[in-house]
Ligand binder design. Structure first.
Ligand code: ATP
Length: 164
């Protein structure tokens, strides 16, 4: 069963290859923002989920990677017996360990002085929305980050076990 779904959201489940949808998202983002993005997928990773919600999630993560880093962004699709995943990796300013949970709160932004390099301010809403979308389509978001080295945002799709 899906954990939580904000009122008015409709979820359309279909089975598709995560690598195909992630690559489409990367292509449109690259065209829109002219940022260098490297894409790797070692095979096909079939999953039943909502493709358009997944694209919204990827857009939020790519947009953060764009705003808070300057070098190439890397997107990877992978999987094992338990799960499939998509990671968005940047080499930017990073997020301190004790702030990693807080960045999912509405309107929470890190010290604006840290983001001066990006020349862009946001409202602190992207990751709060990403968390809602992820809950609605049963995906886990994980952030791993090292200050001044970069951030990896992962979308983790647990494979259903028999009987689930
Ligand atoms: P918007 O409302 O336009 O999405 P935002 O980027 O401020 O703006 P969030 O996406 O919710 O909002 O991010 C919250 C905060 O987390 C950001 O202000 C930034 O400080 C930090 N953050 C998010 N992603 C990254 C990243 N990839 N690298 C460094 N800091 C990040």
């Amino acid at each position: 069963m899906l954990a939580r779904r904000p009122e008015g959201w409709s979820i359309k489940l279909e089975s598709f290859d995560l690598a195909r949808v992630a690559e489409e998202s990367v292509r449109s983002f690259r065209n829109a923002y002219h940022r260098e993005i490297t894409f790797f997928a070692e095979g096909s990773f079939w999953q039943t989920t909502d493709a358009s919600k997944l694209k919204q999630l990827l857009f939020i993560l790519l947009d953060n990677a764009r705003k808070y880093s300057e070098a190439v962004i890397t997107v990877r699709v992978g999987g094992d017996e338990q799960a499939h995943w998509i990671t968005v990796e940047d080499q930017g300013i990073g997020i301190p360990k004790d702030e990693l949970d807080k960045v999912f709160d509405r309107f929470y932004r890190l010290d604006p002085a840290r983001t001066r390099g990006s020349g862009e301010g946001g409202y602190g809403l992207g990751l709060a929305l990403a968390k809602d979308i992820a809950e609605a389509i049963d995906v886990r978001i994980q952030l791993d980050s090292i200050v001044d080295q970069g951030t990896t945002a992962s979308l983790i799709f647990r494979k259903k076990q028999n009987g689930e």
